[in-house]
Structure formats: C-alpha cells, structure tokens
Write a protein that binds this ligand. Structure first.
Ligand SMILES: [Zn+2]
Ligand SMILES: [Zn+2]
Length: 364
C-alpha cells in the first residue's frame, strides 16, 4: 500500500499494466497499477523489451531481505517515447529510449556532482522496495509503459538492436564501468573474466573491443567452445584444473569476477600479475574468504563496483553501438516469464532472457 493510502491501481492518474510477484514465492502474474502523470521534466515511453537480470531473481524471492510486494521487476528496459513534459530538452515523441537500474538520485551530493548517481546514498532504484519522491513504490519494466525523469533516460543509438541492447543497461554498464575506472580498458592487457553468464559474456565482448587478450575462467568446461568461438576469447581455464591454473599463475593484468555464488578466490587471485586488480561484480549472499597474504606479497587490489552513472551508461551504449556489441539473447513472450526465471536459477540460458513486452504484454 502506498503512503497515500491508495492502492497501486488508484494512486496515480495513468493506468498501467504489468506482471508482478505478490509474495516471496516470486511467481509473477498479471497486475493492474498506475503511473504518475507526465511531469515537466518527465518522459513517458512504451516499453518494448526488458531483460531479465539475475538480480530480478533475487529480488523476486526476497533473497536480499529488501523486497516489497507487489513487485514488478525489470531494470534493463528499451522502449519508445510517447509523451514529453514541457521542460524536456533532449527527447521527443518517437525517440528510442533506455532505462536502467536507477530513476532518481539526490542530484546534489559529491557522487551526483561527479556523474556517479549510482553511488548516491539517496538514489531511487527502478523497482523493488524503492520509493519515488512522491512516496509511491517504483515498478519496473515488466510493464506496458513507464514515466521517467529525463536525467535518468538514455538515448538509444540508431544502429543498436533494442532486444540485444536492453541487457546492456545493467549487465553492460556493470562490466564496462569498472574496466574504465580501474584502467583495464587499455589495448594489450590480459584480462580474466570469471563466469560466463549474463555479465560475463558481455564483459568478454567489451574487453575484446578495448583490445585486450581475454581468458575466461569457469568452474566447468561446458562453455569452452562458446567462449572461444562465439565470443572470441583467447583462452579458457577451468578453475578446478589445478595444473592449468598453476601454469597460468601471474599472467593477468586484471580480473572481473561476475560470479554471484560463494566461491574460493585464492586460486583466482594467484592468476594476477603483481600490482594488479581483482574486481568483484557479482553479489554473493554470504561473505567470501579473503586471502590476505597473496594480496600483500603481490600488492594486489581486491575491489568492487556497481553499475555506473548515467553519463557513463550513455557512453557505454554508444560504444556498444560503434563496436557492434549486444548481449546474446533469448527473446521470450511475457507468459513464459515464470519458466524463464526457473531456467535462469539453473543457469539454463544463453545468455540473457529478454521479454518481448511490446508484442506480448496485453492488458487483461
Ligand atoms: Zn541487473
Ligand atoms: Zn546524490
């Protein structure tokens, strides 16, 4: 229930329709709600495609303890503008638009001033337990249309497909931003990518586009062929193959770890050259064991990173369009979404589900 005391269907003037989970079973079903009227700085757009992020799964099932229901997931959203407010400067009706993980921030703190809204302590997430400035709950992109402040909207590059491009708004920026910030975007570096899922396969594509040599590291050999042939990785390491891991010790300038399950990082840390960086991008539910000795001896850095600011998200999407980078997607109708979530939980997807919202979500 919104703070206004009204139901989600009544609290705003514009009717909306989506699929929501009502409790921690996470099962999604049709849901009527409402969206705010288009404000002066707002853009209204029809959702065409929404990626299913691994974090949608955690939010649906309240794995992180922060979920509020009804919950409409979706923060990898591509669509087309249908209405703009009187003060909107850079979008017009008919423009293609992207919206990622955030739709608001304080706009005044140090991070916001630095275009790092993603690190603002007052940022408003696109969905899940977040409340917008008017006190109402935010609902994500598993829905027919959305209203967003212009500042949090991304211009869609003309030659970037909407379906394969949508996942870049979370998976893309999550991998691109740390490569930029930690200096892992320089040609000739040797970069390791741990885990070849939704994040990992996009990380490989960006690293290759930056001119890196890329080694994919996985717990099983099952994705070796795809890593080398489809994504043009230069080599593939199975983390359980102690001999191969030892042979590769001290060869990497940086590692992007995209695994969100608890896993040992000591063997991975030993793959780094001295003075190199290990960047965590996945979010395991429990703490990992951090082996300090190898960090000291090699002056290695273990760090984390979370999505990216709006300016950098735009830069990332433009870069992806220039280099022909999209996520490898399986496009599904909305009524397949519960099956897709079950398959995602078993890592049974190559490599991102994207919901064809525009063609398959119809108001009941
Ligand atoms: Zn995400
Ligand atoms: Zn801020």
């Amino acid at each position: 229930m919104a703070s206004s005391g009204k139901s989600p269907e009544e609290e705003h003037p514009v009717k909306a329709f989506g699929w929501a989970a009502r409790d921690a079973s996470g099962v999604l079903s049709p849901f009527k709600f409402s969206r705010r009227a288009t404000g002066k700085k707002d853009i209204r757009f029809n959702v065409l495609y929404t990626g299913i992020c691994h974090s949608d799964l955690h939010h649906l099932k309240n794995d992180w303890g922060s979920s509020k229901y009804p919950l409409v997931p979706g923060h990898e959203i591509a669509g087309v503008v249908t209405e703009v407010g009187s003060e909107v400067k850079s979008f017009k009706v008919g423009d293609k638009i992207g919206v990622g993980c955030m739709i608001g921030s304080c706009r005044t703190c140090e991070d916001c001033a630095d275009n790092l809204e993603n690190y603002c302590s007052k940022k408003v997430l696109t969905y899940d337990g977040a409340r917008y400035y008017d006190g109402t709950m935010t609902f994500g992109g598993y829905s027919d249309h959305m209203t967003v402040d212009e500042h949090f909207a991304i211009h869609w590059p003309e030659n970037l497909p909407l379906d394969g491009g949508a996942p870049l708004l979370c998976a893309g920026i999550t991998t691109y931003s740390p490569m930029k910030y930690f200096g892992l975007d320089k040609p000739g570096l040797h970069i390791g990518v741990v885990g070849l899922g939704g994040l990992g396969h996009v990380a490989v594509k960006f690293a290759k586009a930056f001119g890196a040599k890329v080694t994919v590291i996985s717990s099983t050999p099952s994705k070796k062929e795809e890593a080398l042939k489809n994504f043009m990785a230069d080599s593939f390491l199975v983390s359980r193959d102690t001999e191969a891991m030892q042979a590769a010790a001290g060869t990497l300038h940086g590692i992007l770890d995209t695994v969100s399950a608890v896993h040992p990082i000591l063997p991975l840390l030993s793959l780094l050259k001295n003075h190199s960086k290990y960047i965590m991008l996945g979010a395991p539910e429990k703490p990992l064991e951090l082996p300090v000795f190898p960090m000291l001896m090699g002056r290695k850095i273990v760090a984390g990173s979370s999505i990216g600011g709006i300016k950098e998200t735009q830069e990332m999407l433009n870069f992806a369009a220039e280099h022909g980078i999209t996520a490898d997607v399986e496009v599904i109708p909305i009524d397949y979404v519960n099956t897709a979530i079950e398959r995602l939980a078993k890592n049974d997807v190559r490599y991102r589900f994207v919901i064809d919202v525009g063609n398959t979500l119809k108001a009941a």
